[in-house]
Ligand binder design. Structure first.
Ligand SMILES: [Zn+2]
Length: 108
């Protein structure tokens, strides 16, 4: 098999254009987009993207709307964001509980 896009992956079609950061970003997004994802109904790894925001399970036929490049639903995204915010709050509380030793360590 040709090794032409072994490093660039799907962003190889862009050639040398648009800059390496943009091409790497596209590569990672498209790799996730083109993966098979878990079905929210039958839990098989058979969900593929139909078009932007439309996902379909090839096993049970469930068709649903989600993010353009990821089949996560808004509910799941919101739950993840809430969990992250709660974790950040817990970390901030711990930092407030013991600020003095950290400040001393920074000065030395
Ligand atoms: Zn399914």
């Amino acid at each position: 098999m040709s090794k032409r896009t072994s490093k660039a992956g799907t962003s190889g079609r862009l050639g040398a254009r648009y800059g390496v950061v943009v091409r790497n970003r596209i590569k990672s997004i498209e790799a996730h987009q083109k993966e098979k994802h878990e079905c929210p109904t039958c839990h098989h790894m058979s969900v593929k993207r139909v078009s932007a925001g439309i996902w379909e399970c090839h096993r049970c036929g469930t068709k649903f709307a989600a993010e353009a490049y990821s089949p996560r639903t808004r509910k799941a995204s919101a739950a993840e964001a809430a969990a992250a915010a709660a974790a950040a709050r817990a970390a901030a509380k711990e930092a407030d509980a013991a600020p003095a030793p950290k400040a001393e360590a920074a000065e030395q």
